[in-house]
Each structure stands twice: as C-alpha cells, then as structure tokens.
Design a protein around this ligand. Structure first.
Ligand code: ADP
Length: 338
C-alpha cells in the first residue's frame, strides 16, 4: 500500500488517532482527532501539548500520558473534556506506548454519556415523584386498619394486610431505584484501608452474622484509592447476599480476599451458598433481576445493580463464578486511581 492509502485509511477512522513524541509534541493527528480537538486543521502539529492546552499538566490524562511515555504502560480511561466555549465532551481514551512516541486513540462517547445522564435523571425524578402518592396509599390503609379495627370481617382484614405488604414492597423498590440514581452523585476520592472498611461492615452486619451463625474470614486487604461510601455499599451488598442465599440450615462461610493484578486489585468474595446457574450470571447485575422465590429470600433485586454501578464508577469490572449448590465467588477488579 502507498503512504496515501495508509493515510486515507487513518483519515476514514471514526476514532481519533494521534501520535505524540517524547517531548509531548504532536507528530500526527488523523481527521477525527482534529475534529475532536476542535482546533484549526494542522494547527497542533509540531507544537507541544502543554502549549496547546495550558493547564493540561494538572489533568489525569496528562498523568497517564507521562506514565505511558516513561513506564511504557498501556492506559485506558474515560475523559471528560471541557471545550473553551464551556461545552462538555466525553472520550474513551486509550494511550499506547511505542518506541519513542505514544499513540492516543479517542472514541467520542458524548452521546452515550448524555443518554445515561438523562436516564439517571429520569429514574431520579420518577422514583422521587412516585413516593408521594404511595405514601398517601400507605397512610390511608393504615388509617383504615386502625379506624375499623375489629369491625371488619376476616376477608377485609386480609385485603388490608395485602395492601400494606404490597405498598411496602413498592416503597422498597422505589427507594432502591432512587438510591441507584443517586449513587456516585457525591463521590469523593480518598485513601481507604480496606481492612478497616470490612471491619466496619462486619460490625453493621453483626446481628445478621450472629443469627445465621456465619463465619466470615477477611484476608490481608490493601489500602486503595476509591469512593468510600460507595465501596462500603458494594462490599456490604456482596456479604449480605453471601449470608442470605444459603441452603436451609447451612452455616454460611464467607471469605474476602484481595490480590494484586496488573493496574489494580482484584477482590474476591466467596460463599458456600446456593450458587448461580451459568445462564443467570450476567443478568443478576441488571436492575430488579431475581432468581429465587420471593418468599424464601427477601430482597428487591437491586443490590447487584448497585454493585455494578459502583464498580463502573471506579472504571473496574465485576463478575461471578459459581458452582450450583456449592457456592459463588464474586470478583471485583478495581483499577488504581490517580
Ligand atoms: P436481592 O438480593 O435483593 O435479591 P441482588 O441484586 O443483590 O438482589 O441479587 C440479584 C439476584 O442474584 C438474587 O435475587 C439472587 O437470585 C442472586 N444472587 C446474588 N448473590 C448471590 C449469592 N451470593 N449466591 C447465590 N445467588 C445470588
């Protein structure tokens, strides 16, 4: 192929493709990269990044670029970018090392992020507004129960009890949805000693642990950077599930471990519970997905959706491995945060 043909291929890519040398000078930008930058065509070539984008030194993008240049690491992350006119754009950035330069590949994810934000807003508003009429139903049914106590027949009492139970369940679902839409809205990156975090969670679950005579083993856990409130919710959900989804009369055994992986830590939460069939191992992370009889195991089916959203916020991954009837292990990979 001729150089022109190579160039034409690079310029027809939807992804932005840039080459930056070790002095941080732009060596090449394809057409999409120029469009993403919103600078005049050709105006970046030969100039330093720091000169073209004053203040870039303080960004995570810059830190990762330096990391790739100096340590030859491959880095990937979602970058929020504010244009000079104040407009925002989101790009999935992949920074790859080469001999004396780096490649930066950028995919425009602005529309996906905007849709997600709209959906979150929608979930927030609807769940918030649904609470109001539901509260009225609940207080009316309670008022009816107390006002007509002993004056109604058995059937009417039973119907009122159903209304109470069902509206309580609806309230739990709506609360779950509201919590889901709020996750991460006040997130704050801090250093977290995971041993302390797990101790605090065990304290919170003390009653549950005592009742089920569960044994919880926590290995040597690292200190990481992350969103503490959210991570607490994540591990609390995993451990509560491990205690809950148990065979009858089985003594729950739960272990939490961590091991260093490329670019971060992988946590594992293992139980000796009922296990999860292979065909369900993806959908359990969706909102309101439950696999078991409502009467046997209580819950709303939103805990693992919370977990996945929290892991996503950290740029990580969550998955489950399981043996039906033997137990499950939930793996959470959390990349090192800057
Ligand atoms: P909930 O616990 O409220 O039912 P979750 O979203 O936390 O909802 O979990 C979704 C479903 O995944 C559960 O209803 C259950 O069927 C399954 N599940 C979750 N954790 C476990 C586990 N440790 N062992 C077996 N099944 C599990």
């Amino acid at each position: 192929m001729t150089n022109e043909e190579y160039l034409s291929i690079l310029n027809s890519m939807k992804e932005g493709f840039q080459v930056v040398d070790q002095d941080l000078r732009y060596v090449f930008l394809n057409k999409s990269a120029e469009e993403h930058s919103r600078m005049l065509p050709g105006s970046l070539i030969g100039r330093k990044m720091t000169e073209c984008y004053p203040g870039i030194e303080k960004t995570k993008l810059f830190e990762l670029i330096i990391d790739t240049l100096e340590r030859k690491n491959h880095n990937e992350f979602d970058n929020e970018f504010t244009y000079p006119n104040g407009e925002k754009g989101w790009f999935r950035i992949s920074i790859q090392p080469s001999d004396n330069q780096i490649f930066i590949i950028s995919t425009d994810i602005t529309e996906i992020i905007k849709k997600n934000k709209e959906l979150e807003q929608f979930a927030y508003i609807t769940s918030h507004d649904l609470q109001e009429p539901l509260r009225t139903i609940m207080s009316l049914s309670q008022l009816m129960s107390s006002t007509y106590k002993g004056r109604l027949d058995e059937k009417a009492d039973k119907y009122l009890r159903y209304i109470d139970e069902t509206s309580q369940r609806m309230s739990d679902l709506i609360k779950g949805l509201l919590d889901y839409s709020r996750i991460g809205s006040e997130r704050e990156l801090t250093n977290i000693d995971c041993n302390e975090l797990l101790n605090a969670i065990s304290d919170d679950l003390q009653e549950n642990i005592r009742e089920s005579k569960a044994q919880i083993e926590v290995g040597e856990l690292p200190e990481i950077r992350g969103y503490e409130t959210e991570l607490r919710m994540l591990f609390q959900n995993l451990i509560s599930n491990a205690l809950k989804f148990q065979k009858k009369d089985n003594k729950p055994r739960v272990t939490i471990d961590a091991r260093k992986e490329m670019g971060g830590w992988e946590f594992a939460c293992t139980d000796n519970g009922i296990g999860i069939a292979p065909e369900n191992r993806e959908r359990i992370f969706d909102i309101f997905q439950r696999l078991n009889k409502k009467t046997r195991y209580k819950g709303t089916g939103i805990g693992l959706a919370h977990c996945r959203k929290i892991v996503d916020l950290h740029g990580g991954k969550i998955r489950v491995e399981s043996e039906l009837g033997q137990g499950s292990t939930f793996y959470v990979f959390l990349p090192a945060q800057q």
